[in-house]
Design a protein around this ligand. Structure first.
Ligand code: PNS
Length: 162
């Protein structure tokens, strides 16, 4: 039986969709490690250190959630942290294809680690970090989608890069 789960992602930046999932998962497991891919497939706007800081700030109220960065293969990191469950959120059917492949490959690599899919809260089905960055770049408010600290960080980052 597993008491620890890992919730990996790019989190560039973390949104209310991720936070909602973390809250729900924190009720199912003794401990959740939210883990930021340092060198994921995506080119990120925020550095891994910035993403870690942001996640730490907005998950402070969850006593059984910790935040860590990882490099290399996810399954190796999960094993090193005694996590037997990987949690991934699914928003739409189009998410499923990639998630199915990733879960299958992770199972080949480490059969004892299970991937658990959680359906995103209906309120956040259309939400993605990539869309948020496009909206933020055009100066629109993001208050429905991210906590105020993250909205500020996004505007600051996009203005600094302009
Ligand atoms: O939020 P994302 O970008 O969809 O998260 C993808 C992530 C970071 C979970 C995935 O790219 C990953 O696990 N990367 C680490 C390298 C790895 O283990 N690759 C093999 C996956 S089968």
């Amino acid at each position: 039986m597993s008491h620890n789960a890992i919730y990996p992602g790019s989190f560039d930046p973390i949104t209310y969709g991720h936070i909602d999932l973390i809250e729900r998962a924190s009720k199912l497991f003794e401990h959740i490690i939210v883990t930021v891919a340092e060198n994921g497939r995506k080119k990120c706007l925020f550095s891994a250190a910035e993403r870690l800081d942001m996640i730490t700030t907005v998950t402070q109220r969850f006593a059984n959630v910790s935040v860590m960065a990882f490099d290399g293969l996810l399954v190796d990191f999960a094993k090193s942290q005694q996590c037997e469950v990987i949690i991934r959120g699914i928003r739409t059917i189009s998410d499923f294809d990639f998630e199915f492949q990733m879960a299958g490959m992770n199972r080949h690599l480490t059969p004892e680690i299970e991937t658990l899919f959680m359906i995103t809260n209906n309120r956040y089905h259309a939400l993605s970090s990539s869309l948020l960055k496009e909206i933020a770049a055009r100066g629109k408010t993001l208050e429905q989608f991210v906590p105020p600290e993250i909205e500020r960080a996004l505007f600051n980052k996009l203005t600094a890069g302009a």
